[in-house]
Design a protein around this ligand. Sequence first.
Ligand SMILES: C[S@@+](CC[C@H](N)C(=O)[O-])C[C@H]1O[C@@H](n2cnc3c(N)ncnc32)[C@H](O)[C@@H]1O
Length: 258
Amino acid sequence: MSPLFKSLTLLSRRVAVAAGVRHHSSLITELMENMDKKATWDRFYAENRSRASTFKNFEWFFGFDSVRDFVMPPLQQQQQQSHPDALLQVLDMGCGTSALGPSIYRHSPHPVRVTCADISPVAVRLMQEHVQAKAIKPHSASSRLEFVELDCTHLHEHFGPSSVDLIVDKGTMDALLRSKGGKGKAGLVLRQCLKVLRSSGTLLQFSDEDPDARLLWLETEAQEQGVMAAEVGVQEVGELRGVCYYCYQVTPRCIIQQ
Ligand SMILES: C[S@@+](CC[C@H](N)C(=O)[O-])C[C@H]1O[C@@H](n2cnc3c(N)ncnc32)[C@H](O)[C@@H]1O
């Protein structure tokens, strides 16, 4: 089985099981093709919630413990270059109901403002209710945590240019790239990330996409009139249920305007 087919099969099973549509192949296809749509995710999170008696974070893959060694070093690096009291701006892009953003807020020794953004108002409301009920305490007293409904093709409406220190994306670009009309949106989102990131900032994409495909896509999309607008790298995160996951690191490059 090709890696792409294997990951698509796993992905469809994940969507199907969570949405309670185990054996309905046409519905699975419909969900798979529409992972760039708000309505798909509203339904996904609403159905997921309705099947459990209490709220539980849903991780598309891997939790904070598996990715913390990728997330914390760029924050530390940013902190060393900033004023000690400065709030580092972190964005969990397409946060869903994952515990990643709240965990960064809880564990970062540096003061952070963590913005967890998602296109689904259902996911955002569930997370707001959850953190309010749990009263999660940050490591640094001045840290902040917020959840916002936001279409990440419009990041510039929420964040100023060069204002974000770290963007984490766990499975969001995958969802866009694998849906029928999402490829164009994925390119738009990448360019928005490069616009709002500080020149010393980092975008981390956690994904099961093969490096041959993702690195080529990132390098192609990060070109502006033939000039590379970003440096791109990759590290292996580990295996989960027979699938290998990667962390793609994207850092903006200063383009000198002629
Ligand atoms: C594969 S899920 C990953 C969720 C979460 N990051 C995790 O690890 O569990 C993709 C998420 O991206 C969100 N999403 C899709 N398109 C989006 C967009 N244009 N802007 C913001 N969020 C989007 C979906 O609502 C969904 O929560």
